[in-house]
Design a protein around this ligand. Structure first.
Ligand code: UTP
Length: 299
């Protein structure tokens, strides 16, 4: 089975970015000059996804608008002969044969609940989930993370979750995979899971492989989400349902290639802006001396 649908949950409150997220969805915050949502939508389409489903909420219509055509703007750019900008704007729309639609999550009851809201659109087939606040940068020589995961799924035909090594002292900030056979899995890209532990303290963490916001899930996850069990924070947690899925079928971690920036967090977001700005030759020449001067002033 191939992966046709990607679910992008965007209905969270984004409280860590208040006050800006009072009126602007977190997923519209720009990294350099593109909103976070655009990075993940492009990642999904590049991986062969045909339909992207935003799980949205009131006040987030601007996310759908971003991918619509803007006739007035396009006419103004054309009239001024700004062809490059015109192309840039046109390229935001989904490519031929692909679509972006939205379903509503009536209240922010948790990531698991958000994924469940997309069930009628996904149907009974495996699907991807991408969290827009996890921006994963890959250079030109490496495929985007979802592309890497779709290739792995083609081989193993089982649910898989992106994992990355974090400092052992930081396991309490993440969901962590409990590997089935740590010795066998040592250094492998694909790691069979025995379980998942939410935010374990370093002394009891079964590994330092943290779960990151890219998933490929089989549809058997939906009944487990639908039983409505609340987990940490009183929310319906995706990780809890994946743990329950493990009792029925194998689930794997996938050690991806790429650099992940946690753009749901203010510091991670600034890091993403800095790193991606430095990739742009037109910005680097001015930015680098500025950063060096800042560093000198601070030391
Ligand atoms: P976060 O845990 O980052 O929550 O959600 P949040 O509300 O966006 O941000 P903070 O913690 O209050 O600052 C991870 C992803 O899951 C989505 C969010 O939009 C984000 O993409 N989400 C979360 C939902 O769609 N619905 C929910 O009920 C919860």
């Amino acid at each position: 089975m191939t992966i046709r649908t990607a679910v992008l949950p965007v209905a969270g409150l984004g409280t860590r970015f208040l006050p800006v997220t009072k009126s602007i969805p977190k997923e519209m915050l720009p990294v350099v000059d593109r909103p976070l949502i655009q990075y993940v939508v492009e990642e999904a389409f590049t991986a062969g996804i045909e339909q992207v489903v935003l799980v949205s909420s009131s006040g987030k219509g601007v996310l759908e608008d971003h991918f619509d055509s803007h006739v007035e703007l396009e006419m103004a750019l054309a009239a001024k002969g700004k062809d490059e900008l015109l192309q840039l704007v046109k390229d935001i729309a989904p490519p031929q044969g692909k679509s972006i639609s939205a379903v509503r999550q009536s209240a922010p009851l948790g990531l698991g609940h958000a994924v469940l809201c997309a069930r009628p659109v996904v149907g009974n087939e495996p699907f991807a989930v991408l969290l827009p606040d996890d921006l994963i940068w890959t250079d030109g020589s490496t495929s985007a993370v979802l592309t890497q995961m779709v290739e792995q799924f083609d081989e193993i035909q089982a649910s898989l979750i992106a994992v990355m090594e974090v400092s052992p002292s930081q396991t309490n900030l993440y969901g962590v995979i409990d590997p089935y056979d740590p010795e066998l899995d040592d250094g492998n890209d694909i790691i069979r899971a025995k379980g998942f532990v939410e935010k374990p303290s370093p002394e009891v963490a079964p590994s330092n492989l943290a779960l990151i916001g890219r998933y490929i899930l089989t549809p058997e996850i939906f009944p487990l989400l639908a039983n409505g069990k609340k987990g940490a924070g009183g929310e319906i947690q995706l990780t809890d349902a994946i743990s329950a899925l493990l009792e029925q079928q194998s689930v794997f971690g996938y050690r991806f290639r790429g650099v992940r920036y946690d753009c749901g967090d203010k510091t991670g977001y600034q890091m993403a802006n800095l790193a991606l700005s430095l990739q742009r030759s037109e910005m680097r020449d001015e930015l680098l001396p500025f950063i060096k001067k800042q560093l000198a002033d601070w030391s």
